[in-house]
Write a protein that binds this ligand. Structure first.
Ligand SMILES: Cc1cc2nc3c(=O)[nH]c(=O)nc-3n(C[C@H](O)[C@H](O)[C@H](O)COP(=O)(O)OP(=O)(O)OC[C@H]3O[C@@H](n4cnc5c(N)ncnc54)[C@H](O)[C@@H]3O)c2cc1C
Length: 292
């Protein structure tokens, strides 16, 4: 049944400080709403339990993309369109630009924010695998100040995060040091657009003198939340990519992922496809050439 708009209070604090003051005055009482592409769907379906909504839309201190010599810093309310058209993101973080280009539709990308994607905490969130392999850090903010946590530690369970009830996600910090890494991102869904992933895999690897010196692997839809695949990384790091290395990587991945059966796919299919995606990336690592 459709939700009743009159059952909800909506305020627009207009500035970051005013938003933080509201949260501090009644911790846990206010639900931030950014692009609304998750919350308005819940409202339309009559599933929106939050009574007091606080709009973050239009707050300039939350919507920005800044570049420093070492980092790209993305405000939580940057939309996926902002990421798609950003030259800095396209140059330094091509996997994130690619993920932004396939989130929902063009209309959806103009509203959907990166902060909303992360806090919503879907196991299938499209920005997550890229952020994980780029070693993103999440900056949280409250009236008490800012704190930064590795994105790899931000999700603590299904739709659970480290976000405190008086905090907002302020920004995402991404190091600019992956230009020499081979990079890979592939999403497998029912169709090319407007589909939630059955499986997605992202990877960055530094190959020197034929050996894998560094590797980061991350997946969506293979666990209760998007995760790094540390065991598969350990099986591959330091090795020359041979058929044996590929098999060891596949075995390690299959041992660590815990996908579920749901309406979009089965656990067995997800495991099989994830191992094949890893193999696709590793086979390509054997060839010389630019990043993908
Ligand atoms: C038609 C359609 C297609 C979609 N396709 C995709 C897709 O392909 N891939 C994908 O990953 N997602 C998809 N989504 C889901 C959604 O668009 C994304 O998750 C989006 O990034 C959510 O951002 P938002 O700003 O709209 O979130 P909102 O709905 O505003 O908020 C979502 C959650 O985040 C919280 N929140 C938002 N901003 C902050 C902040 N700064 N600090 C603290 N909490 C915050 C809110 O309180 C809420 O809990 C789709 C949605 C629709 C409706």
């Amino acid at each position: 049944m459709r939700g009743n708009a009159e059952a909800h209070e909506l305020v627009a604090p207009g500035s970051l400080d005013a938003a933080l003051d509201l949260l501090a005055g009644a911790p846990g009482q206010w639900t931030p709403i950014a692009g609304g592409t998750e919350l308005m769907v819940a409202h339309a379906a009559g599933r929106l339990t939050a009574k007091r909504l606080m709009s973050l839309w239009g707050i300039p201190d939350l919507r920005f993309i800044e570049t420093t010599p070492e980092n790209i810093v993305i405000g939580a309310c940057a939309t996926f369109r902002d990421l798609r058209v950003s030259g800095a993101v396209g140059d330094d973080l091509p996997l994130l630009a690619k993920a932004a280009s396939w989130i929902g539709s063009i209309a959806n990308q103009s509203r959907a924010t990166i902060g909303g994607n992360l806090v919503n905490g879907s196991p299938a969130a499209d920005s997550s695998p890229a952020l994980l392999v780029y070693d993103a850090e999440i900056e949280l903010i409250s009236v008490h100040g800012k704190r930064r946590v590795p994105y790899a530690e931000f999700h603590t369970g299904y739709k659970k995060t480290l976000l405190g009830n008086d905090e907002l996600v302020h920004a995402i910090h991404l190091p600019r040091r992956f230009s020499k890494h081979r990079q890979y991102l592939r999403k497998v869904g029912t169709r090319r657009a407007m589909a939630i992933s059955k499986v997605a895999l992202a990877a960055t690897a530094l190959v020197e003198e034929g050996s894998v010196r560094e590797i980061r692997l991350a997946a969506a839809s293979l666990a209760a939340f998007p995760t790094r695949l540390y065991r598969a990384e350990d099986a591959i790091c330091g090795q020359v990519v041979t058929a044996e290395t590929i098999q060891a990587g596949r075995n390690a991945l299959l041992a660590e992922v815990v996908p579920i059966d749901d309406i979009r796919s089965t656990a067995d299919y997800r495991k099989c496809v994830a191992a094949n995606l890893l193999e696709e990336f590793l086979v390509d690592l054997k060839t010389e050439g630019p990043q993908q």
